[in-house]
Write a protein that binds this ligand. Structure first.
Ligand SMILES: *Cc1c(COP(=O)(O)O)cnc(C)c1O
Length: 419
């Protein structure tokens, strides 16, 4: 998708690699062919090398000047926040660099407990368990709680980590069409003889930016006696009156049993994940969740900065307000310009182009204008639903938004998307 950047530090011949044995020679040939197939299909991923902190404007190796960044999950613009950088440094000074342990052996500091409390307070839940990533939170969620007697009912557009977590669990699997409540009800009826049922959904779906209809999901859960799990990775910090996620948006506090989320998007963007919810569920995860039991504890610097981050969000909703203003401004101007935009309820804005090649050409032209956006096409989105995905941030200034919109209009005219 992105142009290759020469990076001398990672290329070149590794000493000894000329002595490839026969076994590896065969495997190498196999991999080379598969890699070529990926390239031929236009699906080969290149890394973009950023040489500045993550921000709304960044410098990228191989390009001149600054580019405006519209494809990070940096919704609240906290990735380079100076208060968080200071808090990370302070935590390092006071609690060291690493933990060298899983949580339950000797990897829990007072800071870890304090952060878990902050997360519980933010989501108004009873208890929280930290993981190295939300991928791990989802990967380690289902297997400890459910068996072949149970049913997991999953939205078809759920994140890969939920899908993998479900795969690791022996429960029966049901899949409903994205946010389709009639189809969810069909699954719940089919699963009615199972011992326990759980509905699993993303809060915000990352391709359209739509929000899961949690009010209706909770109603159906009540009707069919099911538990509810929601992954707040793209929704926390974004949706809801003050950005506290889907429970706030749909006023369904007390009805969602399990939330998972990441510290790697709105919440500062470093890394780390969590599961938060009912006390007994979290307690069981501490006993049996494999990514928690067998993987390292989150580093003190990240934990300290995350505590400060939740303190900051508690002091003021300004960043959330700014984010929502930016989304509104961008959407309104883009619609006025004549673009076809999915009705987003989040900070993700899908500019529909429908044609795969056009989406790639469009993104490439935008890069030339100094704007980074991503073009998505099949199989990442359905056939003939190619698009440019724009991710807005509280860090974007009005000027930056205007520059991006002007670039969209210029490229739109050049490529005959706009009249
Ligand atoms: C990004 C994302 C994850 C993964 O979070 P990490 O903390 O980066 O592992 C999980 N679920 C959803 C819905 C996501 O968008």
């Amino acid at each position: 998708m992105w142009p290759a950047v020469d990076c001398p530090s990672v290329c070149g011949v590794i000493p000894g690699s000329e002595n490839t044995n026969i076994m590896y020679q065969n495997f190498k040939t196999h991999l080379e062919k598969e890699l070529q197939d990926i390239k031929d299909a236009g699906l080969y991923k290149n890394e973009r090398i950023i040489t500045t902190p993550q921000s709304s404007d960044i410098k990228v190796a191989g390009t001149e000047g600054e580019v405006l960044n519209f494809c990070a999950n940096n919704y609240l613009g906290l990735a380079d926040n100076s208060r968080l950088v200071e808090a990370a440094k302070a935590a390092m000074d006071n609690r060291g660099y690493g933990m060298s342990s899983v949580r339950f052996i000797c990897g829990t500091q007072d800071l870890h407990k304090e952060l878990e409390k902050s997360i519980s307070d933010y989501f108004k839940t009873e208890d929280t368990i930290l993981y190295a990533a939300c991928f791990d939170a989802n990967g380690g969620l289902f297997e400890p709680l459910f068996t072949e007697e149970d049913a997991i009912i999953s939205d078809s557009l759920n994140h890969a980590s939920i899908i993998d977590g479900v795969r690791l669990c022996k429960a029966k699997r049901f899949r409903y069409k994205n946010a389709d409540m009639a189809d969810l009800e069909r699954c719940l009826q089919e699963a009615k003889d199972c011992r326990f049922r759980i509905i699993a959904t993303d809060g915000v779906f990352s391709m359209d930016g739509n929000v899961a209809p949690m009010d209706k999901i909770c109603e159906l859960a009540e009707k069919y006696d099911a538990l509810v799990m929601v992954d707040e990775s793209h929704s926390a910090g974004v949706v809801g009156k003050t950005g506290h996620g889907v429970a706030e948006q749909y006023d369904c506090y007390g009805k969602i049993d399990i939330f998972t989320g990441t510290l790697g998007k709105s919440f500062g963007g470093a890394m780390g994940g969590f599961t938060t919810g009912r006390k007994e569920i979290i307690d069981m995860l501490r006993q049996r969740s494999r990514p928690y039991l067998f993987s390292n504890s989150v580093a003190p610097s990240i934990v300290g900065a995350s505590i400060e981050m939740f303190r900051m969000l508690g002091e003021s909703d300004d960043l959330h307000t700014k984010l929502m203003d930016n989304v509104e401004y961008f959407r309104t101007r883009m619609l006025e310009a004549g673009f076809d935009i999915k009705p987003t309820q989040s900070a993700i804005c899908a500019v529909m182009l429908y044609d795969a090649k056009l989406s790639q050409d469009f993104a490439a032209e935008m890069q030339k204008e100094g704007i980074y956006v991503t073009g998505f096409y099949y199989p990442v989105v359905p056939k003939d639903q190619a698009r440019i995905r724009v991710q807005l941030s509280a860090a974007h200034t009005r000027e930056q938004l205007d520059k991006a919109i002007a670039a969209f209009i210029a490229v739109g005219k050049r490529l005959n998307v706009l009249k």
